[in-house]
Design a protein around this ligand. Structure first.
Ligand SMILES: [Zn+2]
Ligand SMILES: [Zn+2]
Ligand SMILES: [Zn+2]
Length: 345
């Protein structure tokens, strides 16, 4: 069997299992767009972030071309691409999967210490850790670590080994932290009318007003000093830190007002409001000490307001993919190991 044929068969098997696939060219990157699609002149594919009308039969638009349709995969335009392809890739998000792409041994080491064990696939210098569940993708969430799910592609390197675990919050939170980097030009000018913390909202707090206010002011200064990037991350960290200070207070401590102040500070240096809210809500929620003693989502700490009402992770709804099929495709044995076309004979 030629390498081309082997890759095509792999692609068809994955597609049959509900995993959308695409070919990768030399350099293990997607093929460039055709002339009609160059610079997105076609408007882009319907599944892209800004949905477009593109029905181009070629493998244009990178991950957005990934399909489970065997007629497309074996079409003339795709056949030409498969002949030049060097690898098969898939769109993890559409298959309800998230790939934590660990580029090197240091990153793998970090994952082993930090993340729940799951299905792993060896890569050239590192590993893919595959979790069940989709999320927003993000590159470089830390050195050598990319998160590939929605709107991204991952190289198919065989089914890997190990039992696939559900996507852990440890992975989700990394992206929430990172995506809070301010987008230029999105500064919201007015942040008036937001709640501010004072003693009257913290009737169950064990700390002095001065203690809380000083900590909060320091935190706000920290957030505001990150005008170029990272203010969102900083907001997450500050919220988490401040919430932890109240782990042993009977409450309420006015954490919602504290959260509002952090959100306002982050927004004032350009963090989009929704990102800021999500980062702060997650920070308050994941404070190390708090998580343990806080009754689960019980509003014993008084009305929590907008900060707590923010949804934890705004990921798209799973598409109508045959989940069973996906899982069966990724089980240890149904597919030959086709990584790098080594099955060619
Ligand atoms: Zn095209
Ligand atoms: Zn197009
Ligand atoms: Zn307190």
């Amino acid at each position: 069997m030629t390498a081309t044929r082997s890759r095509l068969l792999t692609a068809l098997e994955l597609a049959a299992a509900g995993v959308p696939v695409l070919p990768l060219r030399q350099g293990k990157v997607p093929f460039g767009n055709c002339r009609a699609c160059a610079k997105n002149a076609c408007g882009g594919r319907p599944n892209m972030k800004s949905a477009g009308p593109c029905q181009c039969p070629a493998v244009c638009h990178a991950w957005a071309a990934a399909t489970t349709d065997p007629d497309v995969i074996t079409s003339l335009a795709w056949t030409a691409a498969w002949r030049q392809a060097v690898a098969v890739a898939y769109h993890p998000g559409e298959a309800e999967l998230t790939v934590v792409d660990l580029d090197n041994s240091a990153a793998v080491e970090w994952a082993r210490e930090t993340l729940p064990v799951t299905r792993t696939v060896p890569t050239t210098r590192g590993e893919h850790w595959i979790y069940r569940g989709a999320m927003r993708s993000h590159n470089a969430v830390r050195p050598g670590v990319d998160i590939k799910s929605f709107m991204a592609y991952a190289r198919w390197l065989g089914p890997g080994t190990g039992r696939m675990a559900d996507l852990p919050s440890a992975v989700r939170d990394m992206v929430v932290k990172e995506e809070t980097t301010p987008a230029r030009g999105e500064v919201v000018s007015s942040v008036s009318g937001r709640a501010t913390w004072d003693r009257t909202v913290a009737t169950g707090c064990r700390h002095t007003e001065r203690y809380v206010r000083t900590g909060l002011d320091r935190g706000l200064a920290k957030v505001c000093s990150h005008t170029e990037s990272g203010a969102g991350s900083q907001a997450f960290g500050v919220a988490r830190f401040l919430a932890a200070q109240h782990a042993h207070c009977p409450g309420p401590c006015g954490l919602d007002a504290i959260g509002e102040e952090i959100v306002a500070a982050a927004v004032s240096v350009g963090v989009p409001d929704t990102y800021a809210r999500r980062a702060v809500a997650n920070g308050l929620e994941t404070a190390p000490e708090r998580a343990a003693c806080k009754p689960s989502h019980n509003p014993v700490n008084g009305p929590q307001g907008a900060v707590q009402a923010v949804p934890r992770a705004a990921v798209g709804e799973p598409k109508g993919v045959a989940r069973q099929g996906v899982l069966s495709a990724l089980r240890p044995d149904p597919l030959p190991n086709t990584s790098g076309g080594r099955t060619a004979s």
